[in-house]
Ligand binder design. Sequence first.
Ligand SMILES: [Zn+2]
Length: 243
Amino acid sequence: MSTDETILNQLKKEIPVDEESLVLNPDSRVGLVIVDVVNGFCTVGSGNMAPTKHNEQISKMVEESAKLAREFCNRKWPIFAFLDSHHPDILEVPYPPHCIIGTDESKLVPALQWLESESCVTLRRKDCINGFVGSMEKDGSNVFVDWVKEKQIKAIVVVGICTDICVFDFVATVISARNHSVLPPLEDVAVYSHGCATFDLPLHVAKDIKGAQAHPQELMHHIGLYMAKGRGAKVVSEISFGQ
Ligand SMILES: [Zn+2]
């Protein structure tokens, strides 16, 4: 085991995340939320925020998200998918330009493109890290809140990228909103660990990029799950479907 792996394992031991198994039934009234599984974050070479080479954690996340989406669609269960999409003239601080509207970067990855023509899917373009905030309309309504109400969703399973950024911000805000009684009838929020990923910017690379913060993938993914659990989400490593 390398020194880096030993340190990582020690850190994980200090803040363990107990993961559960989740069994979903028709009366679970569950919705799947897919966060930003777009080319600009997931497809090699697709812009400033995309992986520069094959990334195992991101590939696995795409595969698991697609598998879960298929299971939901087969059952006609609702899916809500966020697509990060920015106007070319409006930067999202502190990130470099990414996922500009109309480019391939802001499109769902090839493995998920079929979602665009499924009737059980609600797509939401957002220009905001936090999907809950990005669901707000000018008239004060919130597309995500309305989706939960309309579909009478009692539980959500969240997948996507990045575990510690867009996924975490969304999960933390949804839990706050639920606790504040503005998201009825939502009760449970689950994060599927293998369906989430984050980007990799190790210290030795980040130190040569002006203004960049180191972001070691494995550790930050773990911290994202840890923070979500700390806020009251279930972190699940296994999802099965009952009768
Ligand atoms: Zn963005």
